[in-house]
Design a protein around this ligand. Structure first.
Ligand code: ZN
Length: 172
């Protein structure tokens, strides 16, 4: 997706089994889905990573452990967009210290920060509304729902971004 292109980013977070989640990304021209196990607190890392881009930090990186793959996220804030790159490495047991260039790029896009932050926040909020805090914790098992981080992201997004989308979504 080129700079300034209009693409509607879709982010969906699905709890797919005990301690497993799938994160789907899609826009007008591409789609990818990546797996995360509860070895890391994957949804919390995603939400926190986006939140970090509201401060002076210009980039955030974290990884999902798909046992055995590593899915490495690199978010970079430019003057008018967030660049999102996802790398896949075949074995997380050996790749955590490897440079990004050793991985396979499976997703690359750029979005205005309001659109990206809103899509991530809404994905996290939708998971909560689908499962509730107790249901989320029961399925994800190792970590509670990252309520504080999701609230922080919503607060930063509403404070610093111009976004016309709704932020108090009705129950499904
Ligand atoms: Zn919004």
């Amino acid at each position: 997706m080129g700079q300034g292109a209009v693409g509607v980013l879709q982010v969906k977070w699905e709890l797919v089994g005990h301690g497993w989640a799938t994160c789907r990304l899609g826009d007008d021209s591409q789609a990818v889905s990546v797996t995360a196990s509860y070895c890391t607190d994957a949804l919390a890392d995603l939400v926190a990573g986006v939140g970090e881009l509201y401060g002076r930090q210009r980039s955030a990186r974290f990884f999902f452990d798909a046992e055995p793959q590593e899915f490495r996220w690199v978010l970079r804030a430019t003057d008018d967009a967030i660049d999102v790159t996802l790398y896949e490495f075949p074995d997380v047991a050996v790749s955590l210290d490897c440079p990004d260039s050793d991985g396979t790029v499976i997703w690359q896009s750029a979005h205005p920060r309001p659109a990206f932050a809103h899509a991530v926040w809404e994905a996290a909020d939708t998971v909560l509304r689908e499962h509730g805090e107790a249901g989320y914790h029961a399925k994800w098992a190792m970590h509670p729902y990252p309520f504080g981080l999701v609230q922080d992201l919503r607060r930063l997004h509403m404070r610093d971004d111009v976004c016309d989308l709704p932020h108090d979504l009705p129950c499904p």
